[in-house]
Design a protein around this ligand. Structure first.
Ligand code: XIL
Length: 448
């Protein structure tokens, strides 16, 4: 999980020296910036007053209009534009020094009826689409940091969703949309965004293959957005390796619409679980250098789409309906707060995990951390996920803790120091059943 120490050094220093008594005292946007990521929220333009506006501006470094930039909002009648909501969100962001995620230029949903009910030739539809992109992305040229150019292009099995666009134009609409967006606003980072692509599976495999094809064709795609509309207790254990494999293609990644819903009523136990789930999503992003940031899909339960779309479920955001912080808020803050001292520059490590022996229900594994940098390590940590229900029962030569599927291990005083080229091993016993596959997202970090 330690990442690039990007952001500004001044900000990092501020976050460390003005060390708050608890993480909850520093605004989330500052904690995020100090870790080199943004923390954003979807907002509703008409609510941007009073306490809602105060929190949205103070705690978040990026905003996404929840609906105001969608086609049915901006062009309800052909040729008649209404930019009032979108303008309001962009102005709010500028007044508060925030980034803007534009959402979204091309989607199958929330289209005006003149478009869904019209009959257009393929050429006409392509033209309508690229004109729309030119007009909307052009209007906000230079003021949008990230555009969701195409939203939700895939079916659950990873094949191309037969949207209005795909039916007429096939997959080519995606490349055309990105090219039009690049032409309209060359400075904006252009994203492809979808849901249920958060963990590794059929749909994210389809997305991965699609991104590979687009890159091979020279399509100007800068990033892939993972909506992360998640269910309590079901953060995919493969979230981090999944983000990483996309990043390894040479694109940025971002969590774009995070919420974690639960069956109502919320209980203390569920809210605690939600805190851990929010923290693990933030940690997955922090662990991947090219993860640009995390956006929550509404910061308050008063402004969440979940109760309307998933009857009986809700309480999915970090603030309750009265704008009070929930445990999830602390989960975000804690995940964003650096643990211990930041590592000096020039430190680096690599980690391997080997099952040394295995019997019917148990196993012994050895984990080795190697100093691959040029200066001595003063402390190290490693993390991984177990994908098959494995549980650590005992460990030696490290402090090992497991929360759900996620395991973290930290050096002890006698093995914290590792010279360049040197390595340290620790061991553990665990239980397994069914299969005992290697862990996912194995990573290490330096610093105490
Ligand atoms: C949702 C909005 O939050 C709701 O207000 C609206 O009624 C429906 O759309 N994926 C997306 C978002 O990309 O645009 C959706 O937003 C939620 C799912």
């Amino acid at each position: 999980m330690f990442r690039r120490l990007s952001a500004s050094v001044a900000l990092l220093a501020a976050a460390l020296t003005a060390t708050p008594a608890s993480a909850a005292d520093a605004p989330l946007r500052d904690l995020a910036a100090a870790r080199g990521v943004y923390l954003g929220t979807a907002v509703t333009a008409s609510r941007l007053t009073g306490g809602y506006a105060q929190i949205a501006g103070a705690e978040f470094g990026s905003v996404t209009p929840g609906n105001e930039m969608k086609w049915s909002s901006v062009e309800p009648t052909r040729g008649t534009y209404d930019w009032s909501g979108a303008d309001r969100v962009v102005a709010f962001a500028e007044a508060n020094g925030q980034e803007v995620r534009g959402h979204t230029l091309v989607w199958h949903s929330q289209l005006p009826s003149w478009l869904t009910g019209g009959s257009f030739t393929a050429d006409e539809l392509r033209r309508i689409m690229t004109d729309h992109i030119a007009v909307e992305a052009g209007r906000y040229k230079g003021r949008i940091d990230h555009w969701d150019v195409v939203n939700e292009p895939l079916n659950d099995d990873g094949t191309l969703r037969q949207s209005l666009w795909a039916k007429a134009l096939g997959e080519s609409y995606i490349a055309d949309a990105f090219r039009a967006a690049r032409a309209a606003d060359p400075a904006a980072k252009l994203y492809l965004n979808d849901y249920s692509t958060d963990g590794i599976g059929a749909k994210s495999d389809g997305m991965y293959a699609l991104v590979e094809r687009l890159l091979a064709q020279g399509v100007p795609i800068d990033g892939v957005g993972f909506q992360a509309h998640l269910v309590l207790g079901q953060v995919p254990v493969t979230l981090e390796p999944n983000l990483r494999r996309f990043a390894d293609l040479g694109v940025d990644v971002a969590i774009t619409e995070l919420d974690i819903r639960m069956q109502l009523p919320a209980t203390e136990a569920k809210l605690d679980r939600q805190k851990a789930d929010y923290a693990s999503v933030l940690r997955a992003c922090l662990a991947v250098t090219r993860c640009a940031g995390v956006t929550v899909w509404g910061f308050t339960d008063a402004d969440s789409w979940i109760p309307d779309f998933f009857p009986g479920e809700g309480a999915a955001t970090p603030y309750d309906e009265n704008l009070a912080r929930k445990p999830a808020y602390d989960g975000i803050a804690e995940a964003l707060t650096p643990v211990g001292n930041p590592p000096p520059t020039g430190t680096a490590c690599a980690v391997t995990y080997t099952v040394q022996s295995q019997w019917n229900t148990g196993f012994t594994a050895q984990v080795t951390v190697r100093n691959t940098g040029t200066t001595a390590l003063d402390g190290w940590r490693t993390e991984w996920g177990y994908g098959s229900g494995q549980r650590v029962t005992q460990a030696w030569n490290a402090t090992v803790t497991q929360t759900a599927a996620r395991v973290t291990a930290a050096s002890l005083s006698y093995n914290a120091s590792v010279p360049p080229g040197g390595s340290v091993s620790f061991g553990l016993n665990g239980t397994w059943s069914g299969t005992n596959p290697p862990p996912t997202g194995l990573s290490c970090a330096t610093g105490s």
